[in-house]
Design a binder for this molecule. Structure first.
Ligand code: GLV
Ligand code: MN
Ligand code: MN
Length: 446
């Protein structure tokens, strides 16, 4: 399907409990599925042009956009090419299920799920998200080729709106399903053009009144494993003798997003005396420098990566500058201290400039410590794969509050991510698929 065609409808109502949902029962271990589903190369090639912005070479796959619809059509086609039972849930997350033979074989709550997301940041790379989804299908294909016998259902998921590039909040699909975001909060989200999330959903053919917690669906799952490109150089920096293509996540730093509104006074750039100005751009600039310094002093991270200026004219002093702070730290106290210090610096600078500063916390994600038994078991199974903490947020982190989750990282030679330059070597991607297949086999097969 392309973005112009008719949208699909989500599965409604409770879908778990007795009787066992059909998608978990059929087809039996994939019997009757296509003999040769699209290969890793074919999947990667087919996705590579979707939502690509030719000027930068990066991707603009924003939630509920045409590019997103095309990615989602791709996911559905992959599920169907493999004879998997396809589901769209109330929050726009897509699922592809490989069932087991009989209701008696299913202990509900034991399904093993893998996958990631297909949306991107502005001008994002090809790997952040898609590598986890493509690898999920490729790992399943490997397991089938080697005749693996699945004793629990296997699911592949594409979580909706992981990056939060359009509506400002990351992991919307997994937050809604796990109850960390309410329907009311989600309905209040707006993009940069003033389009609300419900409006965008409706335009994409999804019912915004259907969104909300989905405990029944999550209660099917015994473990979720997300494969992701590493967003750093911990694997790449290892010495040759210790070289590794794949690592295992240990923890995710606490992080959040704060909106800073700097309100001054619009005036003429050519006639307003310096001493008469109330220029919010100065306060913004001072705050950006303070953020960098506070983060440096505490070993934390603080970034103003998005800014909006009103009225945004070359020859006008702005009336308003709005900047979004993304801050992350290894522990909760450090994060709180750094953000408080940045707010204080903004207020002090605002007084000097005659500018009012208002700070709104838009999201806050607590520290995630991945389930030790699962992550340690996986690391052992992969021959002592290194355990790596990260500052990047993931759906696996959001879901870790509801069920055991784990992550595999694939080596990134430059560490660059959220950029068109994001890259992983093909050999490392193939090693990631092999590792994911082994992990899934250990969890879902006899
Ligand atoms: C998601 O990639 C995030 O960490 O912002
Ligand atoms: Mn990302
Ligand atoms: Mn990601």
């Amino acid at each position: 399907m392309t973005s112009g065609e008719r949208p699909e409808r989500p599965a409604r109502g409770p879908v778990v409990g007795r009787p066992v949902p059909q998608e978990l029962l059929t087809p039996a271990n994939g019997e009757g599925s296509a003999a040769s589903p699209p290969s890793f190369h074919e999947m990667w090639r087919d996705l590579s042009s979707v939502g690509r912005y030719k000027d930068s070479g990066g991707y603009r796959r924003y939630a509920w956009s045409g590019a997103d619809t095309d990615c989602r059509a791709w996911f559905r086609a992959q599920a169907e090419a493999r004879g998997l039972a396809y589901e769209l849930d109330r929050n726009g997350n897509q699922w592809a299920w490989l069932g087991v033979t009989s209701a008696e074989d299913i202990a509900l709550g034991n399904a093993v799920v893998t996958g990631s997301h297909l949306d991107s940041v502005p001008d994002g790379g090809a790997f952040d998200g898609p590598l986890g989804v493509v690898s999920a299908f490729a790992a399943l294909d490997r397991l089938r080729e080697r005749g693996a016998h699945f004793t629990v259902p296997l699911g592949i998921v594409n979580f909706q709106d992981e990056e939060g590039a359009r509506f400002g909040l990351a992991c919307v699909g997994s937050r809604l399903s796990s109850g960390g975001l309410t329907q009311k909060q989600a309905h209040a989200l707006r993009d940069g053009d003033g389009v609300t999330l419900p409006q965008a959903m409706e335009r994409a053919g999804h019912d915004p009144d259907a969104i909300g917690p989905d405990p029944e669906r999550l209660s099917r799952i015994g473990a979720f494993v997300e494969l992701h490109i590493e967003q750093g150089r911990a694997l790449a920096a290892r010495a040759d003798a210790d070289a590794r293509s794949v690592g295992v996540a240990s923890a995710i730093w606490p992080h959040g997003r704060w909106r800073f509104d700097f309100e001054g006074e619009a005036n003429h750039a050519g006639t307003t005396r310096i001493e008469d100005r109330r220029d919010p751009m100065l306060t913004y600039a001072g705050t950006v420098l303070a953020a960098r310094e506070e983060a440096r002093l505490s070993g934390a991270l603080a970034t103003f990566g998005k800014v909006a200026v009103e009225p945004n004219g070359v020859n006008a002093i702005p009336s308003l500058v709005r900047g979004w702070l993304d801050s992350r730290a290894a522990d909760e106290d450090t994060l709180a201290t750094v953000v408080a210090a940045i707010e204080k610096a903004a207020g002090e600078r605002g007084k000097l400039d005659g500018v009012q500063v208002r700070v709104t916390r838009e999201s806050r994600t607590p520290v995630v410590e991945f389930a030790h038994d699962l992550r340690d078991r996986i690391a052992r199974q992969l021959g002592g794969a290194p355990l790596l903490p990260t500052g990047a947020g993931h759906d696996a982190g959001i879901l870790s509050a509801s069920l055991p989750t784990a992550m595999l990282y694939v080596r990134n030679p430059t560490g660059v991510s959220h950029s068109p330059a994001e890259f992983a070597q093909e050999d490392d991607c193939v090693a990631g698929i092999a590792a994911l297949a082994d992990v899934l086999e250990g969890l879902a097969c006899r």
